[in-house]
Design a protein around this ligand. Sequence first.
Ligand code: SF4
Ligand code: SF4
Length: 324
Amino acid sequence: MLICEQCIPTFDDTLNHHQIQLERQTIFTLQINVGKLCNQSCAHCHVDAGPWRDEMMTTTTFDRLIELLEQSPAVQTVDMTGGAPELNPNFRPFVKKVRALGKNLLLRCNLTVLFEPGQEDTAAFLAQQRVEVVASLPCYLEDNVNNQRGDGVFAKSIKALKQLNALGYGQPDAELQLNLVYNPVGAHLPPSQTALEQAYREQLMGRFGIVFNRLYTLSNIPVTRYAQHLHRNQQYDDYLNLLVENFNPVAARNLMCLQQVSVAWDGSLYDCDFNQMVNLPVGGEVCNIWDIERLEQVPRRIATAEHCFGCSAGAGSSCGGALL
Ligand code: SF4
Ligand code: SF4
């Protein structure tokens, strides 16, 4: 059944219909987008990142985040994303301070950045600091990866994964976690995470001798560059219909925004990285890290829009993969 554009329900109405209350609980994860500078410029990038972007988190903002983390014992994980976080000059000092506080540090790494000038020892640094690496690899086939992420990205990604494996990352039961991220190349929902993880294991081990811990399947959220891509190809309405038709109340009860908050490069606060990219502030109120003394003071109300259907469709989607 195709839902006409005028009949698409709002995300809030859909939650109400299923008697789901979207209110932030304890914040276990602080997600930090350190800026839009990236060595790649992928077609689906919701951050609109690229080598020409110069928005970057400053030392003052990083220091304020450390102060807040010191006052927020419930936060277990700091999730660093960008752009390519490694390109921020404050990256290594900040990682060391977070680890010294005893928090897990999860880095969203595009893999190719490990071969940029000045990054030669970044992989060794990550291993030494026991940083969890979450690496983008939207397919195990070269053409699909290069089409979405740029020429030559697949070959460099494989080289980087081998380098991380050699440092001890991704081995079964190893402390050094290496998790991969899949997102659909086309305008469809991800397949079963379990089945695809098995296929990745067989392909990456069989062809390259690569091991990893988990595969996270993520839906493409229709905002910014990906929304423009869908509009250009006249696929936006069909994709939104697909997300709405596949609304899953069980996934909606487990959305990642219930337990996290997201900080932008300029210190402003959001419910998630997607809301950040469409300037939908936390709880619908403009708020930044200098307005609060502890992360517990972040408003509990979560601001929603139609892109939220991307998180609740099918098996659900979060920065940690499928929700079910
Ligand atoms: S590597 Fe990540 S941040 Fe950089 S352009 Fe691609 S999707 Fe965006
Ligand atoms: S887009 Fe953000 S606010 Fe909306 S459901 Fe997903 S995580 Fe929550």
